[in-house]
Design a protein around this ligand. Sequence first.
Ligand code: 13P
Ligand code: SF4
Length: 307
Amino acid sequence: MTMELTDIRLIEEIKRLKKEKNAIVLAHNYQIPEIQDIADIVGDSLKLSQEAVNVDADIIVMSGVHFMAESVKILSPEKKVLLPVYDAGCPMADMVDVDGLREFKKKHPNAPVVCYVNSSAEVKAESDICCTSSNAVNIVKSLDSDKVLFVPDKNLGNYIQTQVPEKEIIVWEGFCITHHRVNPQEIDAVRQQHPDAPVLAHPECRPEVVAKADFVGSTSEIIKKAGKMENKSFVIGTEMGVLHQLRTNNPGKKFYLLSPALICFNMKKTTLKDIYNALLKEEKEIFVKEEIQRGALKSLQRMLQVK
Ligand code: 13P
Ligand code: SF4
């Protein structure tokens, strides 16, 4: 990675501002390499939620997409939470709203609602418990009910169904526009090209893709698994941002992206300049209405309590 002089200057300024303002930068594994390198903590959605509770800072800059910054604010309402690019959103999170969810609940009364963290604060407040891709199976198993409603990701919901066959999972028809683009023929093609490389895929991929993968897990689980496996090459079935850590941590291994379509444009909107501006001006602050915050907090806290 070559760095422009302006980037070096920006990094120095970001470091200075973080210290001066007792601020930290959290970044998701899909952020651009330069941001992952300056972040205090880089992780998957579960790790970022856990850190939001634990960190001792006055300002948290959440480099990721809107629902992530909102979750940080819900979990740490006393802190100033900044999202450097306000319109970095998650199209899947926008596929379910409170009115739709209420109708869904009416159709299936008495079934608890498990809500993927890729959702708005309002939807979280209307749900019983949240989950991320790394704890979804355990969360559903922990519920004392044979039937569960799952929003908004039908692909993750279908994956959970394969892992928890004893329960009926009724899924909302949402999906990640990035992972949903991958098709199973791409796995067949890549296996021909790289026959010794295991395919590690995210559960947001379609069921036909997940069924052909050798390992299924969250972004951090994929990074961890590739580090532990002895193979020398891997095919990665999640957004290209994870390649940075995979390649940095494993210089002797090769990583191929399952599909060129695995790029999330919302995750790529934030630049070093945006982080600098957020810290300097303390703009782009995230607010959540008090009653929504309280409801959403319950769902997130229930999730964090499940072991
Ligand atoms: P995880 O990092 O929790 O696997 O989430 C993936 C994702 O798509 C976030 O938007
Ligand atoms: Fe949303 Fe998918 Fe992008 Fe994650 S990768 S932010 S789920 S669109």
